[in-house]
Design a protein around this ligand. Structure first.
Ligand code: FAD
Length: 347
């Protein structure tokens, strides 16, 4: 006898989206998450236009600031593209978390405040052993436990990467300043990218992505145009970090365990679309569970993740290569190519 149709490990945005999808499909769902309150996380906080309808079909409408497109800047060069598929939204993670959590509770998702230590699989289902001493039984388990997924690791699904492969990290902080653009602005420096995402009428999020040695203040100071905008602006949040990227997996299912979101593999935050991708993965994972064909998730995952993997992989290869500082000048000379890429990612 199982307690739930779906055990979701991790109550981040993708885990909660999966739990809501499960409930909307008539399945019972429990989310196991050790952290309480409105969970924050280092993130650029740009919801791409494609994420908005994915959230709306879950009945989730977080407040934030509309985003019209993306601008890349470097030195004197700039290139902008307005999303052709609607608007995106800059949304604080705490706000996104709160709206997903309220909707989950409204639909009867059960929350358990604990972390999952281990998972045992049998023919009829699984048992998740939790840090609060309980064992939760379920027919399926969705691992949404983030970048360093212990479930993916224990299932032997994490891909070993060469120690020589360059690793990147993210640091983010918010500032009290009125947004100066309706676009997400991305500044390229020699080693890092800085993302400015308007998240409200009087706040912007600043996320810096780069190698481990990247210093947040020094990076901003190295971009006079941006340093001028942020000069004197009071911080609106604590500085926090995330990484390292990439984290890759060899497969996305093992028996009745399905990996979604960052736990299923994350190339890099350079294209700022982990959330849209994770919501799409959550949706197809639940469809595969509904049809009782977990193995079909692998193909569905590849289908919804393909563009992200190809475009992010290509951009990160260029950004880690000697042509890095040519990316923005080149994009400004070929704005239609830049537009194609932005539109593809925004879908
Ligand atoms: C600097 C930076 C900028 C980014 N910018 C953007 C952006 O602009 N737009 C965008 O869409 N994406 C962006 N991303 C990516 C985005 O943040 C992630 O893709 C997203 O957070 C993935 O959500 P998730 O629910 O899969 O994982 P997470 O948000 O990491 O949630 C995982 C949850 O699992 C819980 N957990 C972990 N282990 C266990 C366990 N054993 N048992 C139970 N629970 C557990 C954790 O406590 C956590 O709450 C960015 C990422 C970074 C680092």
């Amino acid at each position: 006898m199982t307690d739930y149709d779906v055990i979701v490990v991790g109550g981040g945005p993708v885990g909660m989206a999966a739990a809501i999808e499960a409930r909307l499909s008539g399945l019972s769902a429990v989310v196991v998450e050790p952290r309480s309150g409105a969970i924050d996380k280092a993130c650029g906080e740009g919801l791409m236009p494609g994420a908005i309808p994915l959230l709306a079909r879950l009945g989730v409408y977080p407040t934030g600031r509309d985003l019209a497109g993306v601008t890349y800047r470097s030195g004197g060069h700039a290139v902008s593209h307005r999303f052709s598929s609607g608007v995106g939204k800059g949304v604080r993670r705490t706000e996104l978390h709160g709206s997903l959590r309220s909707r989950s509770e409204e639909l009867g998702v059960v929350f358990v405040e604990a972390s999952v230590g281990s998972v045992r699989e049998s023919e009829s289902g699984l048992a998740a052993s939790c840090s609060n001493g309980t064992n939760i039984q379920g027919r399926y388990l969705i691992a949404a436990d983030g970048l360093h997924s212990s479930i993916a690791k224990a299932a032997g699904l994490v891909k070993a990467l060469s120690p020589r492969r360059s690793k990147r990290f993210g640091i983010r902080q918010h500032f009290h300043v009125a947004p100066w653009s309706e676009f997400i602005e991305v500044f390229y420096t020699k080693t890092a990218e800085v993302y400015i995402t308007p998240v409200s009428e009087d706040q912007v999020g600043v996320a810096v992505l780069g190698p481990k040695s990247t210093d947040f203040d020094e990076t901003i100071a190295s971009i006079p145009e941006l340093a001028g905008r942020l000069e004197g602006a009071a911080p609106a949040s604590q500085r926090s970090g995330a990484g390292s990227f990439p984290q890759l997996t060899t497969a996305r299912t093992k028996g009745r365990i399905l990996l979604v979101g960052d736990a299923s593999g994350y190339v890099d935050a350079i294209t700022g679309e982990g959330l849209r991708l994770g919501f799409a993965q959550a949706r197809v994972a639940i469809e595969c569970i509904l049809s009782d064909k977990p193995a079909s998730y692998e193909r569905a995952w590849r289908r919804v993740s393909r563009d992200f993997r190809v475009l992010t992989g290509g951009l990160i290869s260029a950004a880690n290569s000697p042509i890095r500082m040519a990316i923005v000048p080149l994009a400004s000379r070929l704005p239609w190519v830049f537009g194609l890429v932005v539109n593809r990612l925004a879908r």
